[in-house]
Design a protein around this ligand. Structure first.
Ligand SMILES: Cc1ncc(COP(=O)(O)O)c(C=O)c1O
Length: 450
């Protein structure tokens, strides 16, 4: 470790990291200081080049260090550094971005509420639906159906909608949320065919609605592909069937596209283009600005907007930085770059190569399942593939593979026994192939030491 890195880490002793074993971080060599970035790569404070295999945090979609983004943000700050979207105020960048998002979003999703994180986007969706139902004279229609394995964020309500493992012992707003079965066929399918498993999931949804009462449920929230739950794809047709049941019961479908939007699955939004359904609300963040500025959007249907903007009533919800000018400028330029450089189309071409490369790792015994789509992939390691027996948590297999990758120049993200890969969307074929080669070496090294 260089003196430079040592000095940064001394200062860093005052920083509390997120989703970390804070005690383990005190150990020598546990933290990585990322000090600069360009394109698909980041550089640590000792000067090592690393492929950013997780795109920052599944967000740096157009790649790092884009000068156009920097110019657009600084131009905006010179023109108008800050003004709010509270009360009767608005500003040109927020207005233009709202219009652009409404054009890109499917169907009748035409009104946009800005926030500054995916968590806030999801909280805002539920608060809007509560408001919507109060205005419709049915204030008891408040509960949310979510799913085991979901990740919807870290604010209080978003945490309650997230899979219960994230809030154990904490006082989550569980009276507001009911968790449906995990849609993970490989882990939960139990000898059923995928079609039979789908029926079981849909029955669970219908039974839950009947038990709780549709009159008490405002929303069903689902990620098109569960991300932080280990990159879990539901059986084909799941989202459409779930949507139809929700619609029949007057329950709004909230698609959490915080990760899946803005190109990661090859489209600006995945709900309609990949999964064939138009939800009532889409929440998004991350790739909306490719991480250059913190910004989220809760995009709602005309029906919801008409009710919450009807006569006689205030919408009592707001965050100081909702639609911040610099963030809105970043969003507009990011989308313009994606359109001009055809990033979603590029992902549709190169994503299958990434997927196929990673699926090729199934020839290594400890690789149990490779799952996901395009540039949103997970690799689960198992002790025994036939029985799907997991390694014990304290073996920290995912972490060991991530560390072995980092030694070889690739950042991956460990989540228990799963390694997540969600790189920038600008990788060329040689980079994609290099990721596979590094993973192969790293997994073999870890396997040999188990
Ligand atoms: C699907 C999903 N929803 C919501 C969130 C929360 O977003 P944020 O961390 O910006 O609050 C995340 C974050 O990873 C996410 O993956």
């Amino acid at each position: 470790m260089t003196q430079h890195t040592h000095d940064i880490l001394l200062q860093d002793n005052h920083l509390i990291q997120s989703f970390a074993d804070l005690n383990a971080l005190k150990q020598q060599g546990a933290r990585t200081v990322i000090s600069r970035a360009k394109g698909a790569y980041v550089y640590d404070s000792d000067g090592n080049e690393l492929i950013d295999g997780i795109g920052g945090l599944w967000c740096v979609n157009i790649g790092h260090g884009n000068g156009e983004m920097v110019d657009a943000i600084s131009r905006q700050l010179r023109e108008l550094d800050y003004y709010s979207t509270f009360y009767n105020f608005t500003h040109p960048a927020a207005a233009a971005l709202a219009e652009k998002i409404a054009q890109l979003a499917p169907g009748h999703l035409n009104a946009v509420y800005f926030g500054n994180s995916g968590s806030v986007a999801n909280d805002s969706a539920i608060r809007m639906l509560h408001h919507y139902n109060i205005r419709k004279g049915r204030p008891e229609k408040k509960m949310v159906l979510s799913r085991f394995g979901a990740y919807h964020g870290s604010t209080h309500l978003a945490m309650a909608m997230t899979t219960p493992g994230y809030s154990e012992g904490w006082h989550a707003a569980t009276d507001l949320v009911h968790h449906l079965r995990s849609p993970h066929y490989w882990r939960e399918g139990d000898g059923l065919t995928e079609a039979e498993f789908l029926d079981v999931l849909i029955e669970d949804l219908s039974d839950s609605i009947e038990r709780i009462g549709a009159e008490n449920i405002c929303a069903f929230i689902a990620e098109p592909i569960q991300g932080a739950g280990g990159v879990v794809t539901a059986p084909a047709g799941y989202h459409k069937r779930a949507f139809d049941i929700c619609k029949a019961n007057d329950i709004k479908y909230v698609a959490d596209e915080v990760v899946t939007a803005f190109g990661r699955l090859g489209h600006f939004f995945a709900s309609e283009d990949v999964f064939g359904m138009v939800p009532d609300i889409i929440t998004t963040a991350k790739g909306l600005t490719s991480g250059y500025q913190p910004l989220s959007a809760t995009i709602v249907s005309d029906d919801i907007h008409d009710v919450i903007s009807g006569p006689d009533g205030m919408f009592l919800h707001g965050m100081t930085y909702s639609g911040h000018p610099a963030a809105a400028a970043a969003g507009l330029t990011n989308i313009a770059i994606m359109e001009r450089d055809e990033i979603p189309q590029r992902v549709r071409r190169s994503g299958p190569r990434f997927e196929n490369n990673l699926r090729g790792l199934m020839d290594i015994d400890m690789v149990g399942e490779v799952r996901g789509s395009h540039f949103m992939m997970g690799i689960e390691f198992v002790k025994d593939r036939a029985t799907r027996q997991s390694y014990p948590d304290d073996a920290q297999v995912g972490l060991r593979v991530a560390q072995a990758c980092q030694k070889r120049g690739l950042i991956g993200r460990a989540l228990g026994n799963v390694l997540i890969l969600s790189p920038t969307l600008i990788m060329d074929d040689p980079m994609i192939d290099r990721i596979e080669a590094i993973l192969r070496d790293a997994i073999h090294e870890v396997a040999a030491g188990l």
